[in-house]
Write a protein that binds this ligand. Structure first.
Ligand code: 4AD
Length: 576
């Protein structure tokens, strides 16, 4: 008897519990066709229409539930769908077969590759170990097309930064933190298991001859290593764990911060870190030039410098203590003993806002100068900044990084523009740049980050913004004898970033300082050691602090200071 296949749109099922029998019908006609092809003689498909609407309500409770053969049009529709599915399944099957064949073939090739053993030819010259940036002609000579003299045989160690395979060649750009080198592998090496399965960041040693790159081709330092031997030292993870998957260029910023340890291996981040290191050298050199002494004040303190709202507190053997906001107060105490001093130390700020120029921990370069006037202070800051730029760019490797990171960088012309706070307020009013409440600026406003940056970007040169009102500045700042509403204070503003330096002359009179504590509601007792400075041979003195990451954001044209810190700390991030 010709079989009957049952399809019930309400209670039928398109899974393994259905058989197509009246007691276990399918839900759709196409599923019935899949399981019982219409090729069987006399096969009929009996359907029962849905008795409910989309909401599951019974549309016709009185309707008699009877099986009816599927209509012609329903059969046509279902058959089309069925044919389509059949074709798709066939294609997938074919693809799977092909993929399997390819995988088998590759596996066979890899098995063969495993048999290849790369041995060093001991008759070759002993290789000279070099770092990848070594271009000293006394150490490394290149074989050139013009001369037949062999190039130096070298041994280099590094990690695979880039690779490209051709039929008979594999090009590897090795990186070792000093530089990059193009290495070319040929012959059996290319067919070896290690090279056939090579992953980015694998560490390896390569031996071979140094040659000049052929004309019109490019490679770091215009040279390439023609390998005759290599060893893999540490394989790097591949596939889903490959570095390019972990830190894909389009990854969201949080993923990139989580993987900062891997991001640092990239060319951009590593060049910023190299410029950072060069700047630190340059600052120290600029301070040395001024015969200033480096000191290292404590990070754990019991006094505030820049206001209580950004203090990180902690329990110190049962006492309240803080992570330092600034080493300034300590630097001031060093003047009588050591003369002018500076420090390069971390400062900590529990900043509440997430901005592109605020970190919770940053490298603070602070200096303090004795027996000076406010003008001396400004001249000194300008001098140090310009010296640091000159020293940094005097290193050709660093100048090249800066040029790549910030092609438009120009050394600022001197003297820097000096602008009083009151004139800046006037400037903001004239340029219709409102304050944070959307109103025109007025004397006494703390110029907000956005307005400050707009002004700096429009003026587009470094600005010494001076003489801020006492009310918006720290307790220790000296008042201007000619206008006691304001202080002898300075912020250095740079285009693109805004404030990179904050400094001032310090109150050097004991009574005035005691009044300042009182005015701020501060208990003077923990500050006894700072106040003593005014008791034992006081002096007119002043200093400043420069945020290294902000300086770098300016020099290297980085959007945020976070990219200028090795492992940035900001609101909500203390990892890795
Ligand atoms: O203007 P600030 O708060 O001044 C002081 O701390 C003074 N006691 C320094 C001194 O006179 N010795 O900070 C100085 C500089 C700022 O101009 C800025 O470059 C940087 O430190 N800075 C920050 N950098 C990154 N993230 C933060 N949260 C910063 N806060 C300040």
């Amino acid at each position: 008897m010709a079989p009957s296949i049952y399809i019930d749109e309400d209670v039928g099922r398109d899974d393994s519990t259905a058989t197509g029998a009246e007691t276990a019908p399918y839900k759709t006609l196409v599923h019935a066709l899949v399981n019982h092809e219409p090729t069987t003689e006399g096969i009929q498909y009996l359907t029962r229409k849905s008795q409910t609407d989309a909401a599951g309500e019974n549309v016709d409770p009185a309707a008699k539930l009877e099986w009816k053969p599927a209509t012609k049009s329903a059969m046509k529709k279902a058959t089309n769908l069925f044919e389509q599915r059949k074709k798709k399944a066939a294609k997938e099957h074919e693809l799977a077969i092909r993929e399997k064949a390819e995988a088998d073939k590759r596996q066979a090739v890899l098995e063969e590759a495993k048999k290849i053993v790369i041995k060093e030819d001991t008759s070759l010259a002993k290789p000279v170990r070099i770092r990848l940036d070594n271009t000293d002609p006394a150490v490394v000579s290149l074989r050139t097309p013009e001369s037949d003299a062999p190039g130096t045989r070298v041994r280099v160690l590094g990690r695979v930064h880039r690779m490209r395979a051709q039929k008979d060649y594999v090009f590897i750009t090795l990186a070792d933190g000093y530089g990059y080198m193009q290495c070319i592998l040929t012959g059996d090496m290319v067919k070896s298991f290690d090279i056939m399965t090579l992953t980015l960041e694998t560490s390896m040693a390569i031996h071979g001859e140094m040659r000049a790159v052929p004309p019109k081709q490019h490679a770091p330092n215009d040279r390439e290593l023609h390998a005759d031997f290599f060893t893999v030292i540490g394989k790097a993870a591949g596939d889903k764990e490959a570095i390019t998957t972990r830190v894909a260029p389009d990854a969201d910023p949080q993923t990139l911060y989580d993987n900062r340890h891997l991001v640092l291996r990239g060319e951009t981040s590593s060049s910023v870190m190299k410029v950072r290191s060069a700047c630190l050298r340059a600052f120290r050199k600029a301070f040395e030039k001024n015969r200033m002494v480096e000191v290292t004040p404590p990070a754990m303190v019991q006094t505030q410098v820049e206001g209580g709202s950004t203090l990180f507190g902690f329990d110190y053997y049962g006492e309240n203590a803080y992570l330092t906001q600034s080493s300034q107060l300590y630097l001031e105490t060093c003047l009588p003993a050591l003369g002018d001093v500076y420090c390069v130390c971390p400062s900590f700020r529990a900043e509440k806002s997430l901005t592109r120029r605020h970190l919770s921990e940053y490298t603070h370069i602070e200096a303090e100068l004795d027996f000076i006037t406010f003008t001396d202070l400004l001249d000194h800051i300008e001098d140090v900044i310009c010296n640091v730029i000159d020293f940094t760019l005097a290193e050709p490797e660093i100048a090249a990084y800066v040029q790549k990171l910030n092609p438009d960088f120009k050394r600022p012309s001197r003297p820097f523009r000096r602008m009083k706070y009151s004139d800046a307020i006037q400037w903001l009013i004239e340029h219709d740049i409102p304050n944070e409440e959307g109103k025109p600026h007025q004397f006494g406003d703390d110029i907000a980050e956005a307005a400050e940056r707009r002004m700096t970007d429009i003026i587009n040169t470094p600005i010494f913004l001076t003489h801020f009102p006492a009310e918006i500045k720290a307790f220790y700042m000296l008042k201007d004898p000619e206008d006691r509403r304001v202080t002898e204070s300075v912020d250095v503003l740079m285009p693109g970033v805004g404030e990179i330096v904050g400094g001032s002359m310090r109150m050097d009179n004991w009574d005035e300082l005691m009044n300042a504590y009182k005015h701020e509601g501060m208990d003077p007792s923990p500050y006894y050691w700072y106040t003593d400075q005014r008791k034992y041979g006081t002096s007119p003195h002043g200093g400043y602090g420069l945020g290294l990451e902000r300086f770098l954001a300016w020099l290297c044209a980085r959007y945020t200071v976070r990219d200028c810190s090795l492992y940035p700390r900001f609101t909500g991030r203390c990892t890795p």
